[in-house]
Design a protein around this ligand. Structure first.
Ligand code: ADP
Ligand code: MG
Length: 696
C-alpha cells in the first residue's frame, strides 16, 4: 500500500503543484489572488489553465467541470471534455483561462426562487481560486460560485464568501482598537463532524422508502435498539472498517484531512471528523466528503445514509460545526490568551458571539431547518429547537462577576478587571462535558450542534458569520473614538452580558423543564421548518443581512421560498411513498397473513371441533382492525396530497404540510407498525429494522 504522505493530496492542484508547474511570476500573481482576493488578469488565468490541464491529463483526466453548490441538493456539475478539433481532423486537448474562470451551465433546472425569471435567463459559474481544483473520476473539478448575470447569488458559496468578508471587515476594526494593526485579515474556520449510517445494499434495495426518501417511513422497533449503549465504544466491524479505510484513502487523495472515525451511539451509525480548515474550503470539502462517502459505500455493497432520521426510535445523524475566528498569523480570537490585554480582547469576542446568538436565534435555527432535521431537533437525542449557549460554570461565573461587579469564586476570589487581570485557562475538559447544548463553547471554539447530517454547512456559517459581523460592527461603532478605551470596553461587556445572559444555559438541554424555562426567558422555540423559515424575511433580518452585503432583498425572498418548497416537496414525496407502500406492499402482506391465519384456524376446527382457536381469532380481529385503520389513514393522506396540489402559496403549503400531512403520516405509520409487529416476518415484503440495523 502506498504511504499516506504520498497519496495525500495526490489528486489536488494544490500549492505544491502550483509552485512546481507555474512560472514564478504567474505563481505569485495567483497567490495574491488567493490570499488577498486581487483580480486575476487574463494572461495569468491562461497560464494557470494550461498548467492545470497538463497536470490533469497526466493524471488521466479527459473532462473538466465547474463544480458548484446549488441552493438545494448536494452539488452540481456539468462535464465538458478538453477536446477541441484541430483543422486537420485531429483533436487537441485544450483549456483556456476563459474556460477556467467562467462557465455557463444550463442553469434552468436549478431552483432560483424566481430570481432568474425576473432578471436573466442564464447564470454563470465563477472560479473560486481559494479552494483548490481536484480530479475525481477522470474529471478536473473546478470549485466555483454560481450567480445570475445581474450578480444575484444562485448558490450557497457566494453568500458564504460574502459573510466571511463581512466578519473580516468588522473584526479588523475591533483588532485595531486593541492596537493590533499588523493583522491583515481574519478568517473563520470550521471543522465539521459528520455522522452517517451504513446499511446493506441488498436490503436497502428492497425498501422503497429508503430508496425514494432516504429514510424509513415504516418500521416496528426491533427487540434491541440503542439502549445497551454498546455500539459507541464497540469495536468496528470488519466490513465497516474496510469501508472506513477505503474512504480515508479516497478523501486523502482529494486533500481532505479525514482524521477521526468511530462508531456512534445508534447501531449502524458512525462518524467522520476532518481537521478544521477555512470555512469555504471546509464547506467544499464537506460536500465532497458526503459524495465520496456514498460512492465508496457502493463498492462495499453498502449504502451510506446521510438522512437526519433514517430510523424512528434510534438516534438520528447530525453534524457538529466547530467554528472559530483567527488572524492571518494564526492567532485564534476565541482563545483566552495569556496576557490581560489578550483576555480583554477574548472577552469582547466572546460577548459578541453571545449577543449575536441571542439577537439572531431565528437565523441560526432556520439555517439548519429542513424536513429531515425537524425529526431530530427537540427529539431528546439532538439539541432542542431552542437555541442556547453552553459556556461551562467557570466562564459563566467570570461573566457574572463582571456583570455584577462582584468577586468570582474561581481561584482568585477577586473582582475581574478587564485589561488588568488574567483569566484562568479553560481546558477542553471543563468546557465540553455538556453534549446536549445546541451551541457550546469548547475551550477555543464554538460548536454549533444543530446541523443535520445532510445540511450544507454553508447555510449555518453564512448566518453565524453574519450575526457575529453585525455585533462586531455595533461594538466597533461604539468603541471607536472613545477617550478611555478600557472603561468603555468594560461597560460594553458588562451591558452585553446583562442584556443577553438569558441565552446562556449550562444545564441539560434534553430536559422538558428547560423548554418551559426557555419560554419564560423569552427564547424562541421554532419547532419546524415551516415555523422557522419565514423569519428569514423578518424586517430586522433583512436589514442586517442586506446592510452587510450578504444577501439582497430579492435573494432573501427567493431563498425562503426555495427552502419552504423543498420542505413541502420532500414531505409530499414521503407521503406518496407511504401511500404506495401501504397499498401495494403492507396491506397485501397483512391481509395475506390474516387470511392464512383464519384459514389455518378453520382447518384446525375441522380437525379438532372443540379447539377454541382464541389466539387465531384475537390475532385476526386485531389485524383486521389495523388494516381498516391503515386504509382510512391512507385514504385521508391521499385526500391531503390532492389538496396540497391545489395550494399555490408556499407559506400556506408548508403550514398545511406541518399541520395536516405530517400528523396523518404519523397515524398511518402507527397502524402499519402495529400490524408489522403482529405479522409473521416471512409475509413482509421488505427487511425489518433488526435486519437493517444489525445486518452489516
Ligand atoms: P469532539 O470532542 O467534539 O470530537 P474535537 O476536539 O475532536 O471534538 O474536534 C472536533 C472538530 O473540531 C475537529 O474537526 C477539529 O479539527 C475541530 N477544531 C479543533 N479546533 C478548532 C478550531 N480552533 N476552529 C475550528 N475547528 C476546530
Ligand atoms: Mg463534537
Amino acid at each position: 500500500m502506498e504511504k499516506v504522505t504520498e497519496i495525500f493530496g495526490s489528486m489536488v492542484f494544490d500549492d505544491r503543484v502550483m509552485k512546481a508547474r507555474l512560472s514564478e511570476k504567474v505563481y505569485k500573481s495567483l497567490k495574491r489572488t488567493i490570499d488577498r482576493g486581487t483580480k486575476l488578469d487574463s494572461s495569468v488565468a491562461d497560464a494557470v489553465a494550461s498548467a492545470m490541464k497538463d497536470w490533469a491529463i497526466e493524471k488521466g483526466a479527459t473532462h473538466y467541470t465547474h463544480w458548484f453548490q446549488p441552493e438545494t441538493g448536494l452539488t452540481a456539475e456539468k462535464h465538458d471534455s478538453f477536446i477541441t478539433p484541430a483543422p486537420d481532423g485531429r483533436v487537441i486537448m485544450d483549456f483556456s483561462g476563459k474556460e477556467l474562470v467562467k462557465g455557463e451551465p444550463d442553469a434552468s433546472s436549478f431552483p432560483s426562487g424566481g430570481l432568474r425569471a425576473t432578471f436573466e435567463a442564464r447564470g454563470y459559474t465563477a472560479w473560486d481560486p481559494t479552494s483548490y481544483a481536484f480530479i475525481k473520476d477522470g474529471t478536473l473539478y473546478i470549485p466555483t460560485a454560481f450567480c445570475s448575470y445581474t450578480g444575484e447569488a444562485l448558490d450557497k458559496k457566494v453568500p458564504l464568501l460574502r459573510s466571511m468578508e463581512a466578519i473580516n471587515k468588522q473584526a479588523l476594526r475591533i483588532l485595531k482598537l486593541f492596537g493590533n494593526d499588523k493583522v491583515r485579515s481574519i478568517k473563520t474556520s470550521v471543522g465539521p463532524e459528520q455522522e452517517y449510517f451504513l446499511v446493506d445494499r441488498e436490503m436497502w434495495k428492497q425498501r422503497k422508502d429508503l430508496v425514494m426518501t432516504g429514510r424509513t417511513l415504516f418500521g416496528a422497533m426491533p427487540p434491541k435498539g440503542q439502549e445497551m449503549d454498546d455500539h459507541y465504544f464497540g469495536s468496528i466491524k470488519p466490513r465497516v472498517a474496510e469501508y472506513m479505510a477505503d474512504l480515508d484513502r479516497e478523501l486523502w487523495k482529494l486533500g481532505i484531512y479525514a482524521k477521526t472515525k468511530h462508531n456512534e451511539v445508534a447501531p449502524a451509525q458512525h462518524e467522520l471528523a476532518p481537521i478544521y480548515d477555512t470555512t469555504n474550503i471546509a464547506a467544499d470539502h464537506n460536500q465532497l466528503t458526503m459524495e465520496v462517502m456514498q460512492k465508496v459505500a457502493l463498492r462495499h455493497n453498502l449504502v451510506c445514509l446521510l438522512h437526519e432520521k433514517p430510523f424512528a426510535g434510534v438516534n438520528g445523524s447530525g453534524k457538529h460545526n466547530n467554528w472559530s475566528m483567527s488572524t492571518d498569523s494564526g492567532e485564534n480570537l476565541l482563545s483566552p490568551g495569556d496576557t490581560p490585554q489578550e483576555n480583554a480582547q477574548f472577552l469582547l469576542f466572546l460577548a459578541a458571539v453571545i449577543k449575536a446568538v441571542d439577537d439572531y436565534q431565528d437565523l441560526l435555527r432556520l439555517s439548519v431547518a429542513t424536513a429531515g432535521n425537524d425529526h431530530r431537533l427537540g427529539a431528546n437525542e439532538a439539541p432542542p429547537a431552542v437555541i442556547s449557549i453552553f459556556l461551562g460554570n467557570e466562564l459563566t461565573e467570570i461573566l457574572e462577576s463582571i456583570e455584577q461587579d462582584v468577586p468570582y469564586g474561581g481561584t482568585k476570589k477577586e473582582k475581574m478587571q478587564l485589561g488588568v487581570d488574567v483569566l484562568p485557562k479553560f481546558s477542553k475538559d471543563t468546557t465540553d462535558r455538556n453534549r446536549t447544548s445546541p451551541f457550546a463553547f469548547t475551550g477555543n471554539k464554538f460548536e454549533f450542534r444543530m446541523l443535520g447530517s445532510s445540511n450544507s454547512i454553508s447555510c449555518a456559517n453564512i448566518h453565524l458569520n453574519a450575526a457575529v459581523a453585525e455585533v462586531l460592527r455595533q461594538f466597533a461603532d461604539e468603541l471607536e473614538g472613545v477617550s478611555d478605551f478600557h472603561a468603555a470596553l468594560h461597560d460594553l461587556i458588562r451591558k452585553t452580558i446583562h442584556d443577553h445572559k438569558r441565552i446562556i444555559f449550562n444545564g441539560n438541554g434534553y430536559d422538558d423543564a428547560w423548554i418551559a424555562e426557555a419560554e419564560k426567558r423569552g427564547l424562541m422555540n421554532l419547532k419546524t421548518t415551516a415555523d422557522a423559515m419565514p423569519h428569514l424575511c423578518d424586517e430586522k433580518n433583512v436589514k442586517m443581512l442586506t446592510a452587510h452585503g450578504i444577501f439582497t432583498e430579492p435573494e432573501l425572498y427567493s431563498r425562503r421560498d426555495i427552502m419552504l418548497e423543498n420542505y413541502t416537496k420532500t414531505v409530499n414525496i414521503e407521503a406518496n411513498t407511504m401511500i404506495d407502500m401501504a397499498r401495494k406492499e403492507i396491506l397485501p402482506a397483512v391481509l395475506h397473513f390474516t387470511a392464512d391465519t383464519a384459514k389455518q384456524a378453520a382447518e384446525k376446527k375441522q380437525f379438532a371441533p372443540n379447539a377454541a382457536c382464541a389466539y387465531e381469532q384475537h390475532l385476526v380481529e386485531q389485524l383486521s382492525e389495523l388494516t381498516d385503520k391503515m386504509d382510512s389513514a391512507t385514504v385521508a393522506l391521499e385526500d391531503s396530497v390532492a389538496k396540497l396540489r391545489s395550494i399555490a402559496d408556499v407559506l400556506e403549503a408548508s403550514a398545511f404540510v406541518r399541520d395536516t400531512l405530517l400528523p396523518q403520516m404519523a397515524e398511518l405509520r402507527q397502524a402499519a407498525d402495529a400490524a408489522e409487529a403482529l405479522t409473521a416476518e416471512t409475509y413482509y415484503p421488505f427487511p425489518a429494522y433488526d435486519k437493517l440495523l444489525f445486518g452489516v
